[in-house]
Design a protein around this ligand. Sequence first.
Ligand code: GRF
Length: 246
Amino acid sequence: MTYNSQHNFEWKVSQRKHTLGDPIEPPRPSLRVGVLISGSGSNLQALIDAIETSQLPGVEIALVVSNNAQAQGVQRAFKHMLPTIYLPWGKIGGAQFTADQRGGMSPDEKKLTSLLQLFQVDLIVLAGWMRILSAPFLAQFPWQVINLHPALLPDDGTGHIYTTQDGTQIPVFRGLHAVRQALQAGVKVTGSTVHYVTPEVDAGPVICREELAIEPADTEESLHERLKQIEHRLIIEAVRICQERA
Ligand code: GRF
């Protein structure tokens, strides 16, 4: 912009011609992501790397929360100077993996809510977060909480049968040790899913997923490692989809 002698503003307009097929894409809406972790944080790392290599324009990690101070993911977050908070998570009725069934939010969920609001988080990514979130907590963030699950879920998330791409019907493995469950069931194909989180565990609508053939020599560790390689792509795709839908 220049300021001329008549005290009028004169706007400099770009001379670049817009033509059909112009490679300039409209800017994507900004999306502030909160990542909740409990362990190694390799999926957090995949998001960090995607952002740092401009694969997710408009996306930033606004906050990392870990319920485990020793989690490797905390070190990953520190290394990239991300706002990172250790939030100890109390046991509910002696159990670590269940939500408060008494109808309200637990004190820890109230703290987590305040943190997510303070850091103005638009999308909450459960990336290896090993705690169940209650219905009242989730109701505050409709279609804003997504989870990675190392097994195949049907499109709407519910039901007990998944039909693979080759038409084979396999059981749906939910909850803890889903990789082990698939191996023990003797299925030939498993996979990973990113889905919206609903109060019923591992039963929300699917955002994206990918199948993976189980090798005869697979152990729980080798299979989970290969699933994580898939997840590192899926989580980027899922965040991009959520950004488009926001
Ligand atoms: C992933 O396999 C995810 O599906 C499951 O927990 C694991 C987290 O891995 N919910 P990481 O901490 O991101 O390495």
